[in-house]
Design a protein around this ligand. Structure first.
Ligand code: PEP
Ligand code: CO
Length: 447
């Protein structure tokens, strides 16, 4: 195969890249970015890869979730803490239901760049670049806000570092200790329709820990303190390249801005610059798979991205929508099976289920999301495969962006607290309910 370097993507067509006015300005920023320390280490990245390899074999389960797009203004103690809390609560429910350890991966500390279907947006006769995430420009519809600004790459790197620093400090301080799930309680949990069921699960997990420790004399060890890994869509190739390093302790080049970058559906073309970049980094990588992907394409992608069939290297994140998954997924499972590869299959039940309300608001219905997940579990089982993970857009906050759930949010509710600039997220209650609804099903067949 052709020689790879962190810059070899530049000889390929790169989709979804912003146009900057000044190349000199960009060059200055890239020099700075490339001289700043890495955000993650090779040891952490390899530890995650080893855990993902176990998930592919059914020994662990991957929970990946967070905002569609992080906002710079949400780099605050409250927002970060509430994201960790909901991921912890969901993972506790999944550990309990699926009866296996859960790998927690946030869509955070770097999820700042977004693919868009249009380059330009026109309002009242004025045409401006589309909003591509805080790493690139700002959502306000003014020429100043929408002009791509290279300095935002530095601001994004800094906020990623601040977020990760805070997460590491919380985890080290015992925030994520399974003995103390009371730390993870969100203020409004008590009013939630889910509160009683969640409390019952917490009690059962506590009881199991007490039994292990007091009766069996086994210390919960690894369970005691849980890790969080970071992930984001590897979209902005100039940014990703500047963070690509030969790290101590590792073998080869790593993307040091995150543990687990993923290739978005719009940039997964085998001839494109993104696939070229991703094939050379040593991180575990995710690939979003949509309805347009043929069995031949997915096999070709796997051969390019994971020529050696390395355990944990490849996670295929399928996102077909509840109406299409039954037709789309089985041929892909069979195609991968015929290559003899073991990959981790993960379901993103969000991106194939987006719809517009009569008022033109982007939303998703809880029951469509749940239906895609339930079908994914059954379809994998029916093909002798295994659903090893789930990928959600969610927030620990009390927003009203997705319909349905225990409170049965309706079109009218969406106007109340709709904060996302891009895709609608499950709110705290909907996310916890989703974990509860799938946990039992995931555990079927497990001891
Ligand atoms: C996303 O995960 O926010 C996204 C844009 O997904 P996809 O590439 O699957 O459309
Ligand atoms: Co999204």
């Amino acid at each position: 195969m052709r020689q790879w370097s962190p810059a070899s993507w530049r000889s390929k067509p790169a989709a979804q890249q912003p146009l900057y006015a000044s190349q000199e300005h960009m060059a200055r920023v890239v020099t700075q970015l490339a001289s700043l320390p890495p955000l993650v280490t090779s040891w952490e990245i390899e530890a995650l890869k080893a855990q993902l390899a176990e998930a592919a074999l059914g020994k662990r389960f991957l929970l990946q979730g967070g905002d569609c797009a992080e906002r710079f203004e949400d780099c605050s103690a409250e927002a970060v803490t509430s994201k960790l809390k909901i991921l912890l609560q969901m993972s506790l429910v999944l550990v309990h239901g699926a009866r296996k350890p859960v790998i927690r991966v946030g869509r955070f500390a770097g999820q700042y760049a977004k693919p868009r279907s249009e380059d330009l947006e026109t309002r009242d006769g004025l045409t401006l670049p589309t909003y591509r995430g805080d790493l690139v420009n700002r959502p306000a519809f003014t020429p100043g806000a929408r002009a791509p600004d290279p300095d935002l790459l530095l601001r994004g790197y800094e906020r990623s570092a601040l977020t990760l620093n805070f997460i590491r400090a919380l985890v080290k301080g015992g925030f994520a200790d399974l003995h103390h799930p009371e730390y993870w309680s969100l203020g409004f949990v008590e009013q939630s329709a889910m509160a009683a069921s969640y409390r019952a699960i917490v009690e059962q997990v506590r009881e199991a820990l007490r039994f292990m420790e007091n009766v069996l004399g086994v210390h919960a060890g690894e369970m005691e303190r849980v890790d969080f890994f970071t992930s984001h869509e590897g979209l902005h190739l100039v940014y990703e390249q500047a963070q690509t390093r030969l790290l101590p302790g590792g073998a080869g080049w790593y993307n040091a801005s995150t543990h687990f970058p993923w290739l978005g559906m719009r940039t997964a073309g085998v001839e494109g610059a993104h696939v070229e970049y991703f094939r050379g980094i040593a991180n575990p990588i995710g690939v979003k798979i949509g309805p347009g992907m043929t069995p031949e394409q997915i096999v070709q992608l796997a051969e390019i991205l994971d020529p050696d069939g390395e355990p944990g290297r490849l996670t295929l994140i399928h996102r077909f929508g509840h109406a299409r998954i039954a037709a789309c997924l089985p041929p892909l499972i069979q195609a991968m099976r015929s290559t003899g590869r073991t990959v981790l299959w993960c379901c993103d039940p969000m991106h194939g289920n987006t719809r517009l309300t009569a008022d033109g608001i982007k939303t998703r219905h809880f029951s469509d999301i749940l239906s895609e997940l339930e079908q994914a579990i059954d379809l994998h089982a029916g093909c002798g495969s295994l659903l090893g993970g789930v990928h959600f857009e969610l927030t620990g906050e009390d927003v009203t962006e997705c319909l349905g759930g225990a409170r049965n949010l309706t079109d009218a509710d969406l106007k109340r607290t709709y904060r996302s600039e891009v895709d609608p997220r499950l709110n705290y209650e909907q996310a916890l309910e989703m974990a509860m609804r799938i946990a039992g099903k995931l555990g079927q067949g497990n001891p």
